[in-house]
Design a protein around this ligand. Structure first.
Ligand code: ASP
Ligand code: MG
Length: 406
């Protein structure tokens, strides 16, 4: 007997028929003799709807109430699934975060799980119950409801799998696995059978929407094998797992893009100690994450500083930077949200040379100007004009021969 955690995303629970389909998947595992824990997201679009409501109610909604409100989408789906399973003659019980209890820190909207009490779920599993757990939510030590950030039910599922020492963690979604790139952008995209945690993490962080980055971090930390599968078909699937020899043979595993990018340049800043700190500290105090940062070589004691933020946060970031730029004596602040980030990812980069050169050459051949570059051990990202995103992705996919399985 194995313990299986199954997670279903919003499109998989979008209506009652789909919830019945989820029930069938849970029952199939149950009938195979396994213990089953199902983690659900809210119905597709529901969390967005709740967020919009909160902002209609107040410009900056109280954080405690906001988290409590936006967690309710999952309340609906877990109870509906339990009702369906019960009506079909199966023991099933829904659990909200606090009922489990999924303890988190106090950071509303992006809380981190600190501990999961598995007693209540284990007790139910022993009785043959299918435990249906609300994803995305937890509770802090003062009983306030918290949420884990958008897409957080992936993290709930992996965390539960780790805490319960599950044999398997299946993430069911509307695509049948992880692809070399977005099939909507490049029709030669190929599904990967396997991908390493590190590559998956870079892909998730640079724009692949399939898994929340934090869930991958958690899977790696606790060595939870994660299977990304389609809710609507039994074919395919991608295993996210420890790196192995096969993976190293591939130079590049995937190409991602992110159109949610904006570039901010602080022009003609005095090049002296403390300037970067004064520019970036207020941003971090406002919880704005800065991605790439480039500082030009200084000339006559002045330099330009360019960095990227999420497009959604550009306005707020600009306001903050405008104020600090003035204070440190910069000439002006320029913003550009007509950009995108294209990244190539692969553990094979570590042992192959010329990967960056090949990426840049490919862009040059398409006459795409690279505005910013950043690298990690297994990733190279470029900021380019947004309208070239698809062209860049397709050209890179060809250049690195990703369509063919080697
Ligand atoms: N319902 C939440 C969201 O839309 C959590 C999730 O889908 O994983 O972000
Ligand atoms: Mg998701």
């Amino acid at each position: 007997m194995a313990l299986v955690v199954q997670k279903f995303g919003g499109t998989s629970v979008a209506d009652i028929d789909k919830i019945k389909n989820v029930a069938a998947k849970a029952i199939r595992e149950k009938k195979a003799g396994n213990e089953v824990v199902v983690v659900l997201s809210a119905m597709a679009g529901e969390t967005d709807r709740l967020i919009a409501l909160a902002h209609k109610a107040a410009e900056s909604p109280n954080e405690r109430e906001y988290d409590s409100l936006i967690s309710t989408g999952e309340h609906v789906t877990v109870t509906l699934l339990a009702i369906v399973l019960n009506s079909m003659g199966y023991r099933a019980k829904s659990f909200l975060g606090f009922q489990v209890k999924i303890l988190t820190d106090k950071a509303y909207k992006k809380a981190r799980i600190s501990l999961i009490d598995t007693d209540a779920i284990k007790k139910e599993l022993k009785h043959g119950t299918i435990a249906v757990v609300a994803g995305f939510q937890g509770v802090d030590e003062d009983n306030n409801i918290t949420t884990l950030g958008r897409g957080g039910s992936d993290t709930s599922a992996v965390a539960l799998a780790a805490a319960l020492n599950a044999d398997q963690c299946d993430i069911y979604t509307d695509v049948d696995g992880v692809y070399t790139t977005d099939p909507n952008v490049c029709n030669k995209a190929r599904r990967l059978d396997k991908i390493s945690y590190d590559e998956m993490l870079e892909m998730a962080m640079t724009g692949a929407k399939v898994l929340q980055p934090r869930s991958v971090e958690m899977a790696k930390k606790y060595n939870v094998p994660v299977y990304v599968k389609s809710t609507f078909s039994d074919k395919g699937g991608t295993l996210v797992t420890k790196e192995d020899k096969d993976m190293e043979k591939e130079i590049i595993s995937g190409i991602t893009y992110d159109r949610d990018q904006a570039k901010i340049t602080v022009v003609h800043v005095p090049d002296k100690p403390g300037v970067a700190a004064s520019l970036f500290t207020p941003l971090s105090e406002h919880n704005i994450s800065v991605d790439m940062i480039i500082q030009n070589v200084s000339a006559e004691g002045f330099t330009d500083l360019t960095f990227t933020v999420s497009k959604k946060e550009m306005k707020e970031a600009q306001k903050i930077v405008d104020a600090t730029a003035k204070a440190v004596g910069a000439k002006k602040v320029e913003v550009d949200d007509d950009v995108a980030k294209v990244s190539i990812i692969g553990v094979g980069m570590v042992s192959h040379s010329g990967v960056a050169a090949k990426m840049f050459k490919t862009m040059a051949n398409e006459s795409i100007n690279i505005m910013m570059i950043s690298t990690s051990e297994i990733k190279i990202s470029c900021i380019i004009k947004r309208k070239y995103t698809e062209l860049a992705v397709t050209a890179l996919h060809d250049a690195f021969g990703l369509e063919k399985k080697k």
